[in-house]
Ligand binder design. Structure first.
Ligand SMILES: [Zn+2]
Ligand SMILES: [Zn+2]
Length: 144
């Protein structure tokens, strides 16, 4: 498959649908960041278990959690529904810890580093039309 590298401005793509490896939805409508439902995962850090809510705009590194992660801590993320680990074999090229993945519809994926403060992440898009439908709509909508 051919790969195209896109430069995506932060906050321009909203993750409407993100799933664990068992296909549970990680989108949580009970909690909003930037006015949109968040991506919620279970988090383990130094023996404590909590919840982590991520801003679902790609490239916005905002989260809320009931734990207290410090810069440099590595969190373990799990599906809040089935408990499956979200980590993948691929390691962050900067921190050498396992990345975690959020599966998108149509085979795409977001991978990010679970180390607090590291901003290494990537977006893989398989079906461009589906993934960018909302992006284009917003860009092309005439300003009222
Ligand atoms: Zn699950
Ligand atoms: Zn990293």
């Amino acid at each position: 498959m051919e790969q195209i590298v896109l430069k995506v401005p932060s906050g321009k793509i909203y993750i409407k649908d993100g799933r664990c490896p068992n296909n549970c939805s990680l989108i949580n409508k009970d909690k909003l960041l930037s006015g949109k439902p968040v991506v919620t995962a279970l988090v383990r850090l130094k023996g404590d278990t909590g919840t982590m809510h991520f801003n679902a705009y790609y490239g916005i590194f905002e989260y809320e959690t009931d734990l207290d992660p410090q810069e440099g801590d590595v969190v373990d993320l799990y599906c809040p529904h089935c408990g499956t680990a979200l980590s993948v074999p691929e390691q962050c090229t900067m921190c050498h810890v396992h990345m975690f993945a959020i599966h998108l519809p149509d085979g795409g994926e977001i991978r990010a580093c679970p180390k607090v403060g590291c901003r290494n992440h990537q977006l893989t898009i398989v079906d461009l039309d589906a993934q960018f439908a909302e992006f284009y709509n917003e860009e092309r909508r005439p300003k009222m």
